[in-house]
Write a protein that binds this ligand. Sequence first.
Ligand code: 5GP
Ligand code: MN
Length: 340
Amino acid sequence: MNLETTATVQTLLSTPKKIVITGHKNPDGDAIGSCLGLYFFLKANGHDAQVIMPNDFPDFLKWLPGIDTLIIHEKEVEKSTERIENADLIFTLDFNALNRVGDLQPLLEKSTAKFIMIDHHQQPDAYAVATYSDVRMSSTCEMVYHFIDALGGNQQISKAIATLLYTGIMTDTGSFRFSSTTPVTHKVIAHLLEAGANNAAIHQNVYDTNSPDRMRLLGVALKNLQIFPEYKTAFITLSQKELDTHNFKKGDTEGFVNYALSVKGVRFAVIFIENKQESIVKISLRSKGDFSVNEFSRKHYNGGGHTNAAGGRSLQSLNKTITHFISILPDYTEELNDDA
Ligand code: 5GP
Ligand code: MN
């Protein structure tokens, strides 16, 4: 965090404030970990803080410290509206534009509170009085660590904060394997372990809680895998019917797209998941190397994210979405075969 941003934040936090901390719709480990990690730090420093998420999140994150304090807007609209209307300060974490927060968007746009952004996505919007944005960062959790450190709070990293930040760094880096993982990331992790994060327990809580239904749904996803060697591309589809047959629960498809990306030679992988309730197809895109799924998703799926991980949506049927995807692949022949 640069000196100017640090100074602005220090001034804003120099007296006790009513604070709302919020993350993106369909919050993941990094969104929840960073928001709750910051929550514990602000509480310990005399602020009245509250984490509000737009909607619910997967069960494999429900063991996290402080999870019971969190308000899910979709479930408690009045309570969340009141907190937002009375907030002096609003932290927006792990997203780069107010259209990423679902039904919270109008409330945030109406708010007269001052905004502070902490985020690692590309092309951040400029709505905050203090913007700590760094696309080279592995995760927003790593940034919250640096944020606390810049405010002189390094010794205040409790076991709860360490557990939360470890979890988000772990989930956003694919367990420390993506190229966004730096020597500094590992130094931060080392300190989080010293501060009490239990790495084995965290990995187990997040990754070893599969239901039999989820494992069978993965089987279906893998059967549906299509590979296009000429474009170094693979994709997976899941229809609403296939989800229903396997009692789909939020989070069940997390990580499935990585199986497509793990096929030898593949550098562009996509999963298309039908969502009849929202009348959309939710799309997750992953890549290896220079091929930017952020750009691809911005162009075709009204989405975005990072160079190697992005999301978006299609308003067409699952079939049409897939036909369209296959039809545009030839446009990317060169880029996808541009040998590294
Ligand atoms: P996922 O595919 O796991 O949902 O998301 C991958 C990355 O892209 C995450 O960093 C996520 O925040 C971002 N992302 C997912 N969906 C969207 C979207 O609809 N719009 C934008 N701008 N980013 C998204
Ligand atoms: Mn993140």
